[in-house]
Ligand binder design. Structure first.
Ligand code: G6P
Length: 506
């Protein structure tokens, strides 16, 4: 395996000569440019767009999300670049800059998308890392593709990293990249952050390639996780499957020749959101007016409950619908009094488990509405769309109760966005204890979504919460988030990565 890895390294799959200009791509980054700071993620922080869409510049638009906001200042300050897939299958795009960020696109073929992205990343690792809520599939051809594509990302990074550069690799799609970088470029400072949970060794054990994944991650100087339990799970797997000797969440890593190469550390860095952006939007008169309009359009019910998720089986949407349906059946809520808005943004639609989930959720919504709707009122307003952040904040302002019922979630930023948008300190957050956000938002109404009776009780507590209690809880949660925004997350991680680690060989 190692020999194959090395053979493909050097035979770059996208050489400078092969890079072709793309219509409309702004010139800027040369294919040979080198950078002192590189972020590597499966997706680049831009999407294709057409000229008439708002925010579209030269055929690209910055994708929403705190990660890019947090890293953009760092990118400009330190001569940085971002390496990632540009989202268009089979298209080669040469490096370009957009909104002041230098971007190095990595090409994915239709076959790579099927085997590496939909296959190994999202039908093997995603369910395995989320408590096997859906059964993971193990296919050798997917694994081969995962290695090949990870090598391509590593090669692009190696070409663009200046001597001694800091490289920060993001998420489960790229777990082999840290070791590939370490072998080719021992001069680099290498960080990795896993945005999703890391499973306990008893579950991780199922993965036929478990040793290679741990080995890949241990190529980093610092491996960051959302929760300290994830960091603990990772180190337990390192001990169990590689025989690593772990002391204080550190491993002394040796190269193929047995010589020590570096110390790999694991630590929790809970990610957050762009607090400033959400707070400012929540105060804009047009956003506040839009929230009122949403309420009017729904017939001004006493209570609006809200769910906002990617349509993913980890989010507990079925559990939420079940609980709500039973509350309607029991007469605890009526459609005149309460409406559930469920935004389910389309996701990974060619993966079987996601197709099945969509059928099930839409069937259930149809059943609930068919049973409980009246001419004037609807039980569930279901929206299979993505919305711009302005509309999301209007929804947060319109909702009395936010339902985050994930069965397993690395963090859940929707919970943090809702709390941040509630500048009046009202509203209630029902939050699954299986979401990473539960570690920070301890004053949420926490519950176990598998316990449908418990979930129903918690929803009713939220619906009937007294203003003083709501305000006390919301204030405490808002303080936590306002003090820990996504800028602090990235600066904490990078400061820890830059720290000199003292060797303790005792
Ligand atoms: C999660 C993952 C991200 C991923 C996102 C959207 O948040 O941690 O790495 O980008 O989902 O999923 P997608 O498959 O569309 O990139």
């Amino acid at each position: 395996m190692e020999a194959t890895d090395r053979a493909s390294h050097g035979a770059h799959e996208t050489t400078k000569a092969a890079l072709t200009a793309t219509d409309g791509a702004a010139e800027g980054t040369g294919a040979g440019d080198q950078f002192d700071f590189i972020v590597v993620s499966n997706r680049l922080p831009v999407d294709r767009c057409s000229a008439d869409e708002t925010g579209c510049e030269d055929g690209w638009r910055r994708s929403p999300g705190g990660l890019v906001t947090a890293l953009a200042p760092m990118m400009t300050k330190t001569d940085g670049a971002w390496v990632g897939w540009h989202g268009a299958p089979d298209e080669t795009v040469k490096p370009f800059s957009h909104g002041g960020i230098d971007l190095v696109p990595v090409q994915l073929s239709t076959e790579d998308i099927e085997l590496f992205y939909e296959g190994f990343s999202n039908a093997t690792l995603w369910p395995l890392y989320h408590d096997v809520i859906a059964p993971p599939e193990f296919h050798r051809a997917w694994w081969d593709s995962y290695r090949k594509v990870n090598r391509r990302f590593a090669d692009a990074t190696i070409r663009h990293a200046a001597e001694g550069a800091t490289v920060w690799v993001q998420d489960y799609q790229l777990q082999l990249v840290p070791k590939m970088l370490r072998e080719a470029r021992p001069d680099l400072k290498i960080g990795f952050f896993n945005h999703i949970p890391f499973p306990p060794p008893e579950i991780f054990a199922q993965l036929p390639w478990r040793r290679a994944i741990i080995d890949g991650l241990l190529g980093a100087d610092l491996v960051g996780f959302q929760r300290s339990s994830d960091a603990g799970n990772f180190m337990r797997s390192a001990r169990r499957f590689l025989g690593a000797s772990v002391k204080q969440q550190q491993v002394h890593v040796r190269g193929a020749d047995g010589e020590p190469t570096h110390i790999a550390r694991a630590q929790a860095f809970p990610i957050s959101i762009d607090v400033k952006q959400i707070s400012e939007l929540a105060k804009k008169p047009e956003v506040i007016e839009r929230a009122q309009q949403i309420r009017r359009d729904l017939g001004n019910p006493k209570t609006i409950l809200l769910g906002v998720d990617r349509l993913d089986y980890t989010k507990g949407i079925r559990h939420r619908l079940k609980a709500y349906e039973e509350l309607l059946q029991d007469g605890k809520v009526t459609v005149e009094d309460a409406t559930l808005i469920q935004v389910a943004s389309p996701s990974r639609e060619r993966v079987e488990q996601y197709r099945l989930l969509r059928e099930e959720v839409e069937g259930t919504v149809g059943h609930i509405n068919g049973t409980f709707d009246t001419m004037e009122s609807t039980a569930v307003r279901y929206l299979h769309h993505s919305y711009p952040i302005e509309e999301m904040v209007a929804l947060y302002l319109a909702a009395d109760v936010m339902l985050v019922t994930a069965l397993r979630d690395g963090m859940n930023l929707v919970a943090k966005e809702y709390v941040t948008a509630r500048t009046n300190n009202d509203g209630a957050l029902v939050l699954s204890e299986f979401a990473g956000a539960a570690d920070q938002l301890k004053q949420a109404l926490l519950m176990n979504p598998h316990d449908i009776d418990g979930l129903k009780d918690t929803i009713m507590r939220a619906v009937n919460i007294q203003p003083a209690e709501a305000s006390r809880r919301m204030r405490a949660m808002r303080k936590q988030i306002l003090d820990h925004d996504v800028d602090l997350w990235s600066s904490d991680f990078l400061a820890a990565l830059a720290e000199k680690v003292i060797r303790d060989d005792s």
